[in-house]
Structures are given as C-alpha cells and as structure tokens.
Design a protein around this ligand. Structure first.
Ligand SMILES: *[C@@H]1O[C@H](CO)[C@@H](O)[C@H](O)[C@H]1NC(C)=O
Ligand SMILES: *[C@@H]1O[C@H](CO)[C@@H](O)[C@H](O)[C@H]1NC(C)=O
Length: 425
C-alpha cells in the first residue's frame, strides 16, 4: 500500500513536470554519433570556427546591402547563429542543414563524412562543394529516397525575425547521390502557396520505389499555412490540399521544452509513409506539431489532384498527454512509427498494428539533457537517428557555449521498443 502511494506520488510529480515517468527508458541503448557546443565549417580546408568579421566570399549569400545595419547582414559567419535543424543519412554521409533564420550562416546544406571524420564534433562541409553554397538559400529537413537521391525544399527565404527576405521563389531540388549532381530544380508555383508564404515548407517526404524512379511524388508540409503540397515528378505538376486536420490544436499549446513554454501555432509538421502494398498503396501518417492526435490518408488521395481530402482522411487516434511531436518516420520490419516527442524530451513509438491510444503510444527513450527538442528524426534501415538542437533555448534564452548544445544519436529500433507497448509480433 505504502509503496503504491510512493509510486503514485512519483507518477504525479513526473506528470506535473510535463514528463511522464518512463518504465522502459532505453536512452542508454542509443549511441551518441556527434555532439557540438557550436557549429563550425570547413570550406575546402578553410576553417570557420570563430566569428569572422566582414569577410565576403565569392558566391556567398548575403542580405540586401541597401539597408542601414550593414554590419551584421554582411557578416559571413556568426557562429552562435548557426543552428542545425534537419539531417539525413546516406551511407557514410550525414547531411546537416542550417536554415537561414539569422544572419551569418555561410552554408545551409552541408555534410559530414562518417568514415573520415575522427572528431565527435566535426566541422560541416558544404554540399555538394564549397563553390555551390550559392545554389541554396535556406533548407530545412531533406530526404533521401529509394533511388539514391537527396530531395529538399529550398524555401528561398532569408528568415531573420522581422526582416524576411524572399531571395528567390521556393524550389524543390534533387541531387543524385551517386554523382553528387543536381538532377532536378523545380520552382514551386505561387498558386500552391498561401500569400506567398514559404517559411512553413519545412520537410519533404518522397513516395517512390526503386523500380519507378521517374514516377516519384513528393509531399511537402506547410506548417505556417496549414497545407500539404504534392509534387508529381512525372507530370511536373504541383497541387495543394488544405484541411482542418492540418491546423494546430488550441488545447495542445503551452507544453514545456527546455524550461520554456511553447505557444507556437505550428500546423502539419511531418508526413511518414508506410510500405507500399502490392498495388503501391501506402498510408501517409501526419500530425501538426502542436497536437496530440495522429491522422492518416492514402497516398492514392494525395496523388489525385482532384481528390476529396475530407472523405479520404482518417483520425487514427490520440497519442495522449505530452505527446506533441515533430518529425516521425516508419520502421518497416516492426510496422512502428517513431516520433520526435518534443514535449517529453523523448523518442516515442506507436506500432501501427495496434489501435492508436495513449496506452499504445509511449516514450521509449528519454533524456532531459541530450534529447531536448529532437528537431529531426529519420529511420534508416533498422536504426532510428535523431538530431537534437534545444531550439527553445536559442529562441527564448541563451546557449551555454562551453557545453554541448547539439547532438546526433542513433539506436536500433528493436532495442528501443523492447518490452514496451510497441514490441508486438
Ligand atoms: C492574404 O493576404 C490578404 C491581403 O493582405 C489578407 O487579407 C488575407 O487575410 C491573407 N490570407 C491569409 C490566409 O493569410
Ligand atoms: C556553462 O557550462 C559549464 C560547463 O558545463 C559550467 O561549468 C558553467 O557553470 C555553465 N555556465 C552557466 C552560466 O550555466
């Protein structure tokens, strides 16, 4: 009786902190791949590891020069402003993106070579090379597809608070990872945007199989204007769906991350695809960031420009309190979705063979120091990888630059879900 009371008390205390007590915390089964106090760059041997004053390089992206505050917007590198937000992994390359949300970001699309990099805090190299940094304005979360290509949205936007500058229209850009050459650059037409807003185009999911590489579809979230944009590679066409399920949930705001209360209104944040069945049909799972629900829709609906989304979408269920999550991705072998659960500093899971309830959707790895704001999550083979950036600290407070602020960790999906509600045969 007494011990039950203590357990209840512990559960209540963790509940009140906004962080459930996790019976199976598998964080120790994750391996730290990288950690950085701050981000630095290596441009063909030229290293940027501390702030550079007015140093222009040919081909660098800069802000308009007509304005008065010339100094900050002409600085090539302001180290503190470089926050990694998205990533991908292809063989030995780990791509790391640094969207241009402040001044002083020398390169938005970068990589680190896992094999040759001996440092656990490697300098980022511009992708595909230092001469190409001007090819990209601002890239969020890229995606490697089943045809060995890297897809991204370049929003074309310099997103400095109170001073947004749309340098170019947004583009879908695709690189062939076998040759590191650009193979597609498609301008996203203004008619699939809302009032020209590009700041919400923060991820891309690619629907393709190795046997149909030319017939790819890309699904892009618009978290700022609550839309889902579809691109058909074959038709060179783009269309947009709007739906109430893309909008943030007022009742799910005000969760706490890094001691900051998050009152953002971010809508649809991430689209995760199940495997195709024999007819190519997949389920696309999606959720707003500020929500505890999960929705789904068939890719047959998404691929049909004139489809009725209202009759096609489905509420899968409610993941439960403090389940607000960013990126998610699907692990084929276990049919499990893995979530970047920002409200509990955790990786969460839901085995899609079970009904979506709070019992079946649980945190499986939690760390209040090393999983604070998982900004991106990818399932690669049987591993789940996460990029952590503590971004609420950057926005509302200040990083302590003498200790690690950004991390990449990975773990085996089966190890992480072992003994949890997601561990189903
Ligand atoms: C788009 O811009 C117009 C004119 O500024 C404004 O009236 C309208 O509310 C905007 N729409 C949205 C969805 O923001
Ligand atoms: C910053 O981190 C260092 C190393 O962990 C620590 O010694 C120091 O107290 C921290 N500073 C602040 C202001 O928290």
């Amino acid at each position: 009786m007494f011990s039950n009371k203590i357990i209840l008390l512990l559960v209540l205390i963790s509940y009140c902190n906004g962080q459930y007590f996790i019976p199976n915390n598998h964080f120790s089964d994750m391996k730290q791949v990288f950690s950085w106090n701050q981000i630095g760059y290596n441009f063909d041997g030229v290293k940027y590891v501390k702030d550079e004053p007015l140093q222009k390089i040919v081909g660098g992206i800069f802000f308009a020069e007509e304005r008065e505050e010339r100094e900050e917007d002409e600085r090539f590198f302001i180290q503190y402003n470089n926050i990694p937000i998205g990533f991908e992994v292809f063989h030995d390359k780990v791509f790391i993106t640094v969207p241009r949300r402040r001044y002083g970001i020398p390169s938005t699309l970068n990589y680190v070579d896992l094999k040759s990099s001996k440092s656990s805090s490697p300098l980022l190299k511009p992708y595909p090379d230092a001469e190409s940094t001007n090819n990209f304005v601002s890239v969020y979360r890229p995606r490697v597809d089943a045809c060995e290509r890297l897809w991204m949205v370049d929003t074309g936007l310099l997103e400095v608070p109170n001073n947004f500058l749309q340098i170019r229209p947004p583009h879908i850009v695709v690189y062939d990872l076998k040759t590191n050459k650009e193979v597609l650059r498609y301008e996203i037409p203004a008619d699939v945007l809302v009032n020209g807003t590009t700041s919400g185009l923060t991820s891309i999911t690619v629907d393709v199989t190795p046997s149909t590489c030319d017939d790819a579809h890309a699904y892009i979230n618009d978290l700022a204007r609550n839309g889902l944009i579809v691109f058909s590679m074959k038709k060179r066409d783009c269309w947009r769906f709007s739906h109430p399920s893309f909008v943030y949930d007022v009742g799910a705001t005000d969760f706490v991350v890094a001691h900051q209360t998050i009152n953002w209104h971010d809508g649809i944040f991430s689209i995760a695809l199940s495997d195709p069945d024999s007819t190519g049909r997949r389920t696309a799972y999606y959720h707003p960031l500020v929500s505890t629900q999960e929705f789904s829709v068939s890719n047959e609906v998404l691929k049909d420009k004139s489809a009725n989304f209202e009759t096609g979408f489905k509420l899968e269920g409610v993941r439960g309190a403090f389940s607000q999550s960013g990126s998610h991705d699907f692990h084929s072998a276990t049919q499990t979705l893995l979530y970047a659960n920002v409200a509990q500093d955790a990786v969460m899971c839901w085995n899609t063979r079970t009904p979506l309830t709070s019992k079946n959707s649980v945190p499986v790895a939690q760390s209040h120091s090393k999983l604070v704001y998982i900004s991106d999550l990818k399932v690669i083979g049987d591993d789940v990888w996460v990029l952590v950036n503590q971004i609420p600290t950057f926005i509302y407070s200040q990083f302590n630059i003498t200790e690690p602020n950004f991390f990449v960790h990975k773990g085996k999906v089966r190890d992480l879900i072992k003994g949890t509600a997601c561990d189903k045969k």
